[in-house]
Write a protein that binds this ligand. Structure first.
Ligand SMILES: Nc1ncnc2c1ncn2[C@@H]1O[C@H](COP(=O)(O)OP(=O)(O)OP(=O)(O)O)[C@@H](O)[C@H]1O
Length: 322
């Protein structure tokens, strides 16, 4: 019979975080009352703009930091008390992975795999499979400091996965990966989840998160603002259009919000994102209003709403600033 410490079966909670609060003394910021649960076989996404608390929450979930309050259970164990045993069940990729630059990529990954308790032969077999999967075979003996950004991210993914963790915690894993590598990463994450791992990914790659995650949660100023299945969250915006206008130069856009059918206007990096009702003539009305504000539109896209728009609707703020 399976026990709680033996996941590998959907429905069993691998990660249970309740009311996690951590406030940095120097800034008074951090995360507040964050609760989440990830089951075996589930891929869970954590989304939120810069500074919303994703990395802080991950630091707690990886047991790198102890929260001021709240409880954390991993595979049924108290992760705040039993950190050593819990860490052995985790696979972690931090947002800025570092390696031993003078060692080969292979030696770095081998070191990790052995530290996680894999026997020599098992470590070699797991790494051989992963180096091939991530197309790093030809570079396995090169020193890690010669690796490109994307290659060292793939090496960090290998290090997080090789020992077959029950809970995989990944911070911005696919940022900087090219098309083929991104595909390889997604395939591997799906494969591990299908084999029973629980996966938690902090990322703002909206399209990837929408297709990869079973559930996502949005962090806003240290608090979880909403949680749900991506498709259902996006579906809740049915009837909404997303118009993205890139302007040559930013202008005051106040009058835009007065156009009939415009629900909200949010700057996103250099773009203006306008949420409107889906009615005939609305795009022309928005373009006219931008021009009347003095805006010179150099690029315009009308798209279906995505997870980014869910966040905008929830908080009135943009998820990314790109
Ligand atoms: N070491 C620290 N000391 C003080 N305040 C911090 C520290 N690290 C983060 N913060 C603050 O805590 C809040 C959450 O930061 P955190 O790095 O968790 O956000 P994030 O969502 O991961 O952002 P990003 O996407 O930029 O990595 C921010 O307001 C940040 O300024």
């Amino acid at each position: 019979m399976r026990t709680v410490t033996d996941p590998g079966e959907r429905g069993l909670a691998v990660l249970e975080a309740e009311n996690i609060t951590l406030t940095y003394r120097s800034s008074g910021r951090g995360v507040e009352n964050a609760s989440l649960r990830v089951e075996a076989g589930e891929i869970f996404g954590l989304m939120g703009p810069n500074g919303s608390g994703k990395s802080t929450l991950l630091r707690v979930l990886t047991t790198a930091m102890v929260p001021d309050s709240g409880s954390l259970r991993v595979c049924g164990m108290d992760a705040l008390k039993d950190r050593r045993r819990v860490r052995a069940r985790l696979g972690i990729m931090v947002d800025r992975p570092t390696h031993y630059g003078d060692l080969s990529g292979w030696a770095n990954a081998y070191f990790f795999a052995r530290a996680y308790g894999l026997k020599e032969k098992k470590a070699e077999a797991a790494l051989a499979e992963l180096f091939e999967h991530f197309d790093l075979d030809d570079y396995r003996d090169d020193r890690a400091k010669t690796y490109s950004y994307g290659m060292s991210k793939k090496l960090a993914l290998i290090e997080a996965m090789a020992h077959g963790p029950d809970l995989l915690l990944l911070d911005e894993p696919s940022l900087g990966l090219d098309y083929t590598s991104q595909l390889a990463y997604q395939r591997k994450v799906r494969e591990l989840a299908a084999a029973g791992a629980a996966v938690l990914i902090a990322s703002n790659q909206v399209d990837e998160m929408e297709s990869l995650c079973d559930r996502v949660a949005f962090l806003h100023r240290g608090r979880i603002a909403a949680e749900g299945r991506p498709q259902e969250l996006v579906e809740s915006l049915r009837g909404l259009k997303r118009i993205e206008a890139t302007l040559r130069n930013p202008v005051e856009y106040g009058p835009l919000a007065e156009v009939a059918g415009v629900r909200r206007v949010v700057p996103e990096g250099r773009d203006l994102v306008v949420h409107t009702e889906d009615r005939p003539g609305i795009v022309a009305a928005v373009v006219n209003a931008v021009v009347e504000c003095g805006g010179d539109i150099v690029d315009l896209h009308v798209r279906r709403p995505n997870l980014e728009d869910v966040y905008v609707k929830l908080t009135g703020e943009a998820l990314t600033d790109e």
